[in-house]
Design a binder for this molecule. Structure first.
Ligand code: 5RP
Length: 260
């Protein structure tokens, strides 16, 4: 348990219980999308402001320059793309042992609730959880909803997904923020929840408002990608996000930081 506790402390700060994790794993399914055509640039720009990174074994191996200072979360699931028949058919892309050998502090694995691959992806998450328990490595359960994007806004549905991930062995759940009743999502989940951002919000102020709302609703932080690295003001934005998460500043102060 001590090993797991030590690894978790590199993901969620032991002081605040919160984490600022930047996701840069999108290329595994979406290719070189806007903002991460050159992942090295994103690492260079944002590394000093993050607590941890979420990426694939490929980007870790070929691009990331380890500095020993940041938590590393590597993906166990993948193997489905936007060009294939079903992006929710996300199963094994790496074993727990392989990811541990790459120095993972935590492992991420997706399950797609309500999709035709719900059963397989949840079974896969359970198996990965078993491996993670064996080695004392935390599992981030990534809850996806598939094509029906409306579900990502439905607190009942997201609460279901978050609880299901925890019940299948996740130590932290990554899922979507629901503008309404997000506190019911966190209340029903026995492990910390960190929010993904989804597609880019209209403004950076909207991104800050989403994060403030999630923290107020009991989230432990973010595992966010597009809203940060697709912004034209990534650095002021991430500085404001950091202050929201670790200093608990108000939305007004965060917006002022962004626009300073
Ligand atoms: C990509 C993912 C992302 O890690 C997750 O969706 C977070 O990124 P974003 O904030 O851009 O939604 O699972 O496959």
């Amino acid at each position: 348990m001590k090993g797991k506790k030590n690894r978790l402390a590199r993901i969620l700060s032991p002081e605040t219980g919160r984490g600022l994790i930047i996701a840069i794993d999108h290329g595994m399914a979406l290719g070189p999308m806007t903002g991460i055509e050159k992942p090295a640039k994103v690492f260079e720009m944002l590394d000093q402001y993050t607590d941890a990174w979420l990426m694939t074994k490929g980007i870790f191996t070929h691009v990331y320059k380890p500095n020993g200072k940041k938590g590393i979360i590597l993906r166990a699931s993948g193997a489905a793309t936007i060009a294939g028949p079903d992006i929710t058919r996300e199963l094994s892309a790496a074993s727990v042992e392989e990811l541990l050998s790459l120095s993972a502090d935590a492992i991420a694995c997706s399950a797609y609730i309500g999709s035709s691959n719900e059963h397989e992806t949840l079974q896969h998450m359970s198996r990965v959880a078993e491996g993670c328990r064996r080695w004392g490595i935390p599992l981030i359960g990534v809850i996806g909803v598939g094509k029906d994007k409306e579900k990502a806004q439905d607190p009942k549905f997201i609460a279901l997904g978050a609880r299901v991930a925890a019940e299948h062995g996740a130590d932290i759940v990554k899922t979507y923020y629901t503008a309404e009743k997000f506190d019911s999502v966190t209340a029903g989940c026995p492990v910390p929840i960190a929010i993904a951002g989804g597609p880019k919000c209209e403004t950076d102020e909207d991104t800050l408002a989403m994060i403030r709302g999630a923290l107020d609703g009991g989230a432990a932080g973010i595992v966010m990608g597009r809203n940060i690295w697709q912004s034209s003001r990534s650095i002021p934005l991430i500085k404001a996000v950091r202050a929201l998460i670790h200093e608990d500043i108000s939305l007004k102060k965060a917006v002022a930081m962004l626009n300073a």
